[in-house]
Write a protein that binds this ligand. Structure first.
Ligand code: F6P
Length: 553
């Protein structure tokens, strides 16, 4: 670690250890509102209509200055420039990181390793647009001459979560096609989906960057058999397209080149919903909606590239996370979209953030000196309030929460929407404000509770408060604002990678499980190899085989 970095971290640690000049604790929030009536105005920032309110965190000017010093010492701006220049900032895989090229205009001129990345992106986008027009216009038909009404995306992780999340968020009955997503190798997922689909009208996209992923290839084979049974093996071919970087494997699967929509290895799986991996969205929502999604992400890219660091939304979100995780020791973060349509956003962010930031060594291979990515989890509000919010209000460790609010709904039920927003605002206020013993006592006395009852219940009814939330307010939920929102989180992840000096774009941690599953698979069929595993794994294999009637194995 350089001297500058060490000094910046030390500055942050010292602010976290010592009381503020006014004597308040570094993690407290209430005194900050009491001292500054303009706190909301000073601590909230907007970009193209998206508002980020950081005022209900314990960030102060002094803390922000220390965090910005870390950003300077980590050369955040230099790292950003290296990403834009197409340098191999995904060092362990020697790959560039150019998801911004996916939503940039043709003339943006992204390049890497001698390749004109922007030209490559637009070649594929043009082909995707033409394909959508042909499907919607009935020029591309199923084997029996029927129009395609449903698109089935078979993929997992980054080849599923982003598009599935966006389809859930944006689909309306007026959309041109219905979208379905099949991810899990658990065939119960396919069994549940199958009766909802008519094979004659279903277009299947096999979405896999590598085209080797066990789950996806297994499901693709099941679906191919289902199609072949309905329209014959040759007919089935008319129902497939592939979204992949692996053109050899797509050909081996029998998908002709004109039905393969490629992307390059400089698109990370969890950053790929803007690439060919988004084809299910373009088909289901229509090309204009997909283009608006890209435009929203592009607007956030432009903000990220141009706004000064102290007013740069992704940078500020990342700095707040460093403060919470490293300085205050909060190990988790909740994502609470107060919009049912964003129900799958927490799942998408779980992969985006935890696969990117769940790392314990720096770029140079040494152990990190600080905690890195927190556990990310979430559910839409208000449902979350009736499940895990108890822990956020009164648990032993503060869990910062992102509260996502949408001002204008797309339904006519104004009263329901007011109640939804009231709850979202109230959760943030309650977490920050808490309720003191004196307040609880006064409330109980006013309600006529007797002193013994007050004594008994008082500790249980106290809320410690000072629990941070970050509120993101969208004017409405549409393709543009969803694009902004997701790109905001993508850039936050990039910033955290740079601040923590980790490779946010690799995912070696998923490999060992895949390897071991490969070894276990034949043993589940033929019986465990004695001594090849620990006694638990071997014992469980034997128990499973017994329950399956396969004898002792
Ligand atoms: O196993 C993790 C992972 O590699 C993710 O990073 C990726 O999004 C997912 O699997 C799917 O990979 P693919 O698109 O190659 O099928």
């Amino acid at each position: 670690m350089t001297e500058g970095l060490a000094a910046a971290w030390a500055g942050i640690a010292s602010l976290a250890r010592n009381p503020r000049p006014d004597g308040s604790a570094p993690g407290s929030i209430r005194p900050l509102f009491a001292a500054d009536p303009d706190r909301f105005a000073r601590m909230s920032h907007a970009a193209d209509g998206l508002l980020l309110d950081l005022s209900k965190t314990s960030l102060t000017d002094q803390v922000l200055a220390a965090l910005l010093e870390l950003a300077r010492a980590a050369d955040l701006e230099g790292c950003r420039a290296a990403m834009v220049a197409g340098e191999p900032i995904n060092a362990t895989e020697r790959r560039a990181v150019l998801h911004m090229a996916l939503r940039a205009p043709r003339e943006a001129g992204f390049r890497t390793g001698g390749e004109d990345a922007s030209a490559e992106v637009h070649r594929t986008l043009d082909r995707m647009r033409e394909f959508c027009a042909a499907v919607h216009g009935g020029r591309v038909l199923g084997a029996t001459g029927e129009r395609f009404t449903d698109v089935l995306n078979i993929g997992i992780g980054g080849s599923d979560l982003g598009p599935a999340m966006a389809a859930r968020a944006l689909w309306t009955p007026a959309a041109p096609m219905r979208a379905h997503y099949l991810a899990n190798v658990d065939a119960h997922a396919w069994e549940a989906l199958r009766p909802t689909l008519d094979p004659r009208r279903t277009l299947v996209l096999v979405a896999s960057k590598t085209f080797t992923t066990q789950e996806t290839m297994t499901n693709a084979a099941l679906v191919r058999d289902w199609l072949a049974a309905a329209v014959g093996p040759d007919g089935a071919k008319a129902h497939f397209a592939a979204l992949s970087t692996n053109l050899k494997a797509t050909a081996a699967f029998g998908i002709p080149e004109e039905r393969v929509f490629p992307f390059r290895d400089w698109v990370g799986g969890r950053f790929s919903m803007w690439s060919a991996i988004g084809l299910s969205l373009a088909l289901a929502l229509g090309w204009d909606a997909f283009a608006r999604l890209l435009a929203g992400a592009r607007a956030m890219d432009e903000h990220f590239l141009a706004a000064p660091l102290p007013r740069n939304l992704p940078v500020l979100l990342a700095l707040a996370e460093v403060w919470h995780v490293d300085a205050l020791g909060y190990p988790a973060r909740a994502v609470l979209p107060y919009d049912e349509r964003l129900a799958r956003l927490p799942a998408h962010l779980q992969q985006l953030e935890m696969e990117s930031l769940g790392k314990r060594v720096t770029m140079s291979g040494s152990l990190v000196a600080h905690a890195t990515g927190p556990v990310v989890f979430g559910e839409p509000g208000t449902n979350a309030q009736h499940s895990f919010m108890q822990l956020l209000h009164q648990g032993t460790t503060p869990v910062p929460a992102d509260i996502i609010l949408v001002a204008r709904p797309d339904h006519p039920y104004a009263d329901s929407h007011r109640k939804l927003l009231a709850n979202g605002l109230a959760q943030a206020e309650a977490l920050m404000r808490g309720k003191s013993a004196a307040e609880v006592r006064a409330e109980m006395e006013a309600a006529g509770a007797d002193p013994a009852e007050i004594q008994r219940l008082l500790p249980h009814r106290v809320f410690p408060g000072d629990r941070p939330t970050t509120t993101i307010l969208l004017p409405q939920l549409d393709p543009f604002t969803l694009g902004q929102l997701v790109a905001l989180y993508e850039h936050k992840v990039f910033c955290l990678g740079a601040l923590w000096r980790i490779d946010a774009f690799d995912q070696w941690g998923v490999e060992l499980g895949k390897q071991l599953a490969g070894a276990i698979l034949p043993e589940l069929e033929k019986g465990p190899k004695p001594g090849a595993h620990d006694s638990s794994t071997e014992g469980l294999m034997r128990a499973i085989r017994r329950l399956q009637g396969a004898g002792e194995g």
